[in-house]
Structure formats: C-alpha cells, structure tokens
Write a protein that binds this ligand. Structure first.
Ligand code: PEP
Ligand code: MG
Length: 583
C-alpha cells in the first residue's frame, strides 16, 4: 500500500483499478501472457526494438547532415541505450519469467530505470530522464501500433491515471466508467479541475510522478476532498474509504436539504442570487434541481467539444434554444468563446505559442478571427428572443478591446437587421474582469459596459504571476492574497456605486470561506459550479450583511494571505459546524 498527496479538485471517493495513460495517452495494461505465448511475445518485443533502432538511426543520419554534431550525439546515445542489457536482457527476462506482456515489461523496466534518476533531482540527470521517456515511447508506439487511447470507450469502471488530461479529453470522459482521475500536473482552478467538478468525477491533480508510480490494474483510492491517493490499499483502508465516500454523499444530501429549506436571502433579508457556471446546456437540469437562479457563466467554448469543430450558427442557436428551454425564463449569461491557452488550442488550429496564457487567447483570438465571434453572436442575438440573455466578453484588458468587441456586436445587429432576421435588440453586453489592467481601471468601463463578472481564476493567475495549471506553484495561488482582494473589492465597489450589476464567476465565489468576504464587499450575485450551491445557499442564509462586512473589514486589515484565510475559515466553522455538516 502506498499513499500519495496531491491537490484535491473534485470531492468524492473513487475506488477502482487504474487505467494508466502515459504522456502520449498510450494505455499500459497489466496483462500476463500464457506460457505458450512467450516465444511470440519475445519476438514481438525484439521486432519493436529493432524498429526503434532503425527509426533512430534514420533520424541520426538526417540530423548529421543538417545539424550540429551534438544533436547527432543525442541519438547515438539513444541507440546505445537500446543496446543496454537493461533493455536487451531485463525486458525479455520479465516476459519469460514473470510472463508480462512486452508493453507491461517495458513500462515496469523503464519505471525502474527512471525513478532513481529522477530522485537525484539534478538538471543534468532530469534531462537524461527525458531521453529514457523518449525511448520508452518509441518502443511502446512500435508495440502498440496505435496512438492515443479513446477514453470514451471503456468497458469497466476505472480510475484514469494520466500525466495530464486536457480539458477536451476531460470533457469526453465517460462518467459511468471513469470513477475518478488523477494526474501528475495541474492546479485547483485549471479547466480540467473545473470540468471534473462539473462531471461529478472525484479527482486529484498535481501528484508529480503518479504515472510513474502506478501500473495498470493496481487498485487506486482517490479522495477528491483531501487530495489523498492510495495505491493497492489493504482491506481495512479500503473499507474506511468506502465509508468516507458514503460520508461525503450523506453530507451533500444534508446540505441540499438545508439549502432547500433555507431563505434565498441573508439572515437579515438581503437578496442574494446564486447562478450556475456551466459548460454544456444539459448541466442546467442539475443546476435547476439545486435551485439556481439562472446561468451566470456559460463557457460556450465547450460547445466545441460536442461538435468537434467550430460550431455553425445553427449549432450555436440550437444550444442556446435548449438552454433557454431548460431555464424557463431565468436569465442566461453567454460568455463568448474563450479559446486558446489550455482550451482547445490545438483543436481549433492555433499555432503553438511559447506562453499561451499570455498569448492569443480569448477575446484576442476573437478579434483576430472575427468570423468565429460573428457566427456565435448571430446565434446568441437570435436566441435571446427566447429568454433573458446577456452576452459577456472574456479576458478584456483595455477599453479598446471592449470597444472593438462592442463594435462587432453592433455590426452583427446591423447585418441581421438588413437580412430581415429577427433578434433581440436590447441584449446587455458585459465583460469578464479577469485581467488586472481591467480591474485597476474599472472606472473607465462603467459608461460603456452594461455589467461585470469577476473571473478570479484568471485574475489570481495574472495578478500573482502564478500559472493556474502548475502544481509546483499551486501553493502560491491564493485567493486571499491582499492584492487580489483589493482588486476584487475595487471592482465591486465601483460597480455598486455606479449601479451596474456585478458578479463573481471564478471558483472563489463557490467556496464557503471566500463567499462571506465577497458578501461583505457588497457582492449579491454569485456564479458558481452547481455542486457548490447547496453549501453556499445554506451559509449565506445564516449570516447577516453586517457580520459579513465586519469580517471583510477584519480580513482587509491583515496583510498575510494565510492569516486572512484563517479568519475566514473560523467563520465558516461557526456557521456550518462540523457537528452538523462534517463527513
Ligand atoms: C475565470 O477566469 O475566473 C473564469 C471564470 O473563466 P475560466 O475559468 O473559464 O477561465
Ligand atoms: Mg478566465
């Protein structure tokens, strides 16, 4: 039994055999062969090795003629490794004596080679690790003769173990078969994490080396609340975690019951709206069950994952029509497509960028390729006749960007008018506040922008220079950093004083500890993942505005993110005591 700790991103307990995907999404099964298969499997391995030698020799020869000698030397080293007894003897030995499949033998032997080198943690040796990974991949590719494993076609429950899962891979996970997932990399507000929550799949990310430590078929426990991962648990541990999983489910139920009975106001009667963040229209049914007041953030780029290509105007329209149908008159805030960085960048044909989070993502991409935005806006404006709609531009960093977006909206209206197509003329146009430059100059947007929604996931990332997807700096990603809190407060203050609607739609709004400080800042619209709603509704109904304001003042007087977090946690414990809501 082995215990690992990572970053918890989606609560719940999963217990199932591991399906390990290597960094190219090869599936490495644990499979044993029969005695009479040994010779054939040995030949298969030898064939894969010979093929790898041939491929590397070709590359070496071609770089010798075009590149510097050092580059060729790298491939000479790869060739030597393929002749090393660890590979030529140990792998066949495992096939013969342990009856491992060649794939499994390769992955076991490479794990054995790589682990101690990685533990040295020296830049030179880490570089060598990459060489070993390279060779391992080449062998596996030759053995498997196929590329990425399709996670949509699983025939039994598994815990997916991967170096990383892209948002598009996560989006297509089969919820009924993927009991949980764990990854080497990632952060708490990564889109992969957000999707795990939306799909209700327990997940832990940022485990560092988990793909190297687990083999296909190992039984894995994933505790998505604490971030603990247990490999091959003993019976007692397994029973303990089964009970814990039930405990989480019971807690969710108690919170849902409490929320259903709770006032939809604060304790002293201030109205608070809880809107849902969604990626797909069908999430609205779940959000409705939990009492959502509408949708505050529809991440429309995920429509892409449904169609696998840029959605047509009709596909957009159909999606929004369905959303309005499910919302039955409650409001829908459509964020225009936020492509780029970690979301669908390669799928939509974006060039690789050195620094994609600072590159051509989101509104920048929409302004560069306006036809994408125009298609979406036409559908959104037409569908707005079916229910209250707001359109929101993401990642706005300057007034020029907002104006450019607004101009496109006005042009689209003009086109629809000329074409005699019916559309809603009075759809409010707002913006996400998720770039510090916008937050700092928020006053200059007030005359031209109809509403604001603070995207704290990106705002924290850009304010603190902390990549939201990077597990190595996850400990620095702090919503309670005073710089972040000041920016958030400034935006809420300005919007409230100018009578403009303002919400927070980043993950911050959905966490009990942060919700109270936001309430104290004057926020009355929270847009959160549906699973966060019951806890939030219960909490907000138990606190008065005066209490929240006092808490906010106390927190803002402190200069340490950790001290602020402590103050906020104590208040959550007071309002949602563990005797009532513990697991
Ligand atoms: C945010 O950045 O806070 C946000 C809500 O947008 P996304 O998470 O989709 O980037
Ligand atoms: Mg964002």
């Amino acid at each position: 039994m082995e215990i690992k700790n990572g970053i918890p991103v989606s609560p719940g307990v999963a217990i199932a055999p591991a399906l390990v995907l290597d960094s190219e999404s090869f599936r490495i099964p644990r499979r044993f062969i029969r005695k009479d298969e040994v010779d054939t499997e040995l030949k298969r391995f030898e064939l894969a090795r010979t093929k790898a030698i041939g491929e590397i020799s070709d590359i070496r020869d071609s770089v010798h003629s075009t590149a510097k000698e050092e580059v060729g030397l790298i491939f000479d080293a790869h060739l030597r490794m393929l002749d090393d007894p660890l590979i030529t003897r140990e792998i066949p030995e495992k096939i013969k004596t342990k009856r491992y499949t060649p794939e499994y033998a390769v992955s076991r032997v490479f794990k054995k080679i790589i682990k101690p080198i990685r533990e040295i943690n020296d830049a030179y040796f880490l570089q060598r690790v990459n060489d070993f990974y390279d060779i391992q991949k080449r062998l596996l590719r030759n053995l498997l003769g196929q590329r990425a494993h399709d996670l949509t076609e699983l025939d039994r429950k598994v815990v997916v173990v991967a170096h990383d899962l892209t948002p598009s891979q996560t989006a297509t996970l089969d919820k009924n078969m993927v009991a949980g997932f764990i990854t080497d990399v990632g952060g708490a507000t990564s889109h992969t994490a957000i999707l795990a929550n939306a799909l209700g799949i327990p997940a832990v990310v940022g485990l560092g080396t988990i793909t190297g430590d687990i083999s296909g078929g190992d039984v894995v426990i994933v505790d998505g609340k604490t971030g603990r991962v247990i490999v091959n648990p003993d019976d007692n541990t397994r029973a303990k975690y089964e009970a814990r999983g039930q405990g989480y489910i019971d807690r969710e139920k108690r919170l849902a019951d409490a929320a259903a009975k709770a006032e939809r106001t604060t304790k002293d009667g201030a109205a608070v709206n809880l809107y849902a963040n969604i990626e797909w229209d069908d999430e609205i049914e779940f959000a409705n069950k939990l009492g959502a007041d509408g949708v505050g953030l529809f991440r429309t780029e995920f429509i892409y994952s449904k169609y696998g290509a840029h959605p047509t105007e009709e596909q957009h329209y159909e999606t929004y029509r369905r959303a309005h149908g499910l919302l039955e008159g409650r409001p829908l805030t459509l964020r225009t497509m936020d492509f780029g960085a970690d979301k669908f960048a390669s799928e939509v044909g974006l060039e690789r960028e050195e620094n994609p989070f600072l590159g051509c993502r989101s509104i920048r991409l929409s302004l560069r390729q306006p036809h994408l935005l125009i298609t979406q806006l036409r559908a959104a404006l037409r569908a707005a006749l079916l229910g209250p709609t707001r359109i929101m531009l993401p990642m706005v960093g300057s007034i020029e960007e907002f104006r450019a977006g607004k101009m496109i909206v006005e042009n689209v209206k003009g086109d629809l008018e000329r074409e005699g197509i019916e559309f809603a003329k009075d759809v409010p146009l707002g913006m996400m506040v998720e770039v510090p430059s916008a937050a700092l100059t928020i006053d200059s947007f007030m005359d031209e922008c109809d509403f604001f929604s603070i995207g704290t996931n990106d705002l924290v990332q850009y304010t603190l220079a902390v990549d939201r997807n990077n597990q190595y700096v996850a400990n620095l990603f702090k919503h309670t950093n005073p710089a972040v809190l000041r920016l958030v407060k400034q935006v809420i203050d300005e919007a409230v004083s100018r009578g403009k609607p303002v919400s927070v739609c980043g993950e911050m709004a959905g966490e009990a500890r942060f919700a109270m400080i936001l309430l104290g800042f004057g926020l009355r619209e929270f847009s959160v993942g549906p699973t966060a709603m019951p806890e939030l509704r219960t909490l907000l109904s138990r606190v008065t505005v005066a209490e929240a304001e006092a808490l906010a003042n106390k927190a803002m007087a402190l200069c340490s993110a950790d001290e602020i977090a402590e103050v906020l946690d104590a208040e959550v414990q007071r309002l949602l005591p563990s005797e009532e809501f513990g697991e």
